[in-house]
Design a binder for this molecule. Structure first.
Ligand SMILES: [Zn+2]
Length: 189
């Protein structure tokens, strides 16, 4: 559980440290606002992917399931800055499938934490693989990191791509995820 009082005090301290007047009108509510924001952005710690993947449906076809363009926003643990983009999930079921909205819930569980893109990608793949026991799963994450675009090298629009594969999944499916993520990166890539 988030200690909002402590968070607000810390934000006030940051404002003082950068030479701001935390009591001026525009900043008066900022510490409490930021505290509530952090509570929302870290809500995934109190959530469990397994609960969202518990309700499954029987399926014998074994056809590839693809859920693409799941939008997410997370926070990089190195800078506490947002990184955001899309997740694409492909899996080959082995008897059970899950409602497509549940995969979006799983993305939220891991995005609403302090994260690294690669770890988030791996955690989503592990959750789907562990809970659904499919033949195989592949997850691709494409994201823009504001710690790279708003500061430092300031490469606006540059995207980072991660892919995690578990089990047995056709190479064509993995290539499709790469294409989806690459196509989403736009002309700047
Ligand atoms: Zn960062």
């Amino acid at each position: 559980m988030v200690d909002k009082e402590r968070l607000a005090a810390a934000v006030k301290e940051i404002l003082a440290a950068i030479g701001e007047d935390a009591d001026r009108e525009g900043l008066r509510d900022t510490p409490d606002r930021v505290a509530r924001m952090f509570e929302e952005l870290t809500a995934g710690y109190a959530d469990d992917a397994a609960t969202h993947l518990a309700k499954t449906f029987g399926e014998d076809g074994g056809a590839l399931v693809l859920e693409k363009d799941i939008a997410f926003s997370s926070m990089c643990e190195h800078h506490l800055m947002p990184f955001f983009g899309k997740v694409h999930i492909a899996y080959v079921p082995d008897g059970k499938v899950v409602g497509l909205s549940k995969l979006a819930r799983v993305v939220e569980v891991y995005a609403r934490r302090l994260q690294l893109q690669e770890r988030m990608c791996a955690e989503i793949a592990d959750a789907v693989f562990g809970c659904l026991a499919p033949k195989g799963v592949a997850v691709a994450v494409e994201a823009e990191h504001t710690c790279m675009t708003a500061r430092g090298v300031k490469k606006f629009g540059s995207k980072t791509l991660s892919v995690a594969v578990r089990g047995d999944i056709p190479e064509s499916a993995v290539n499709m995820l790469y294409a989806l993520a690459g196509a989403g990166a736009g002309a700047g890539k």
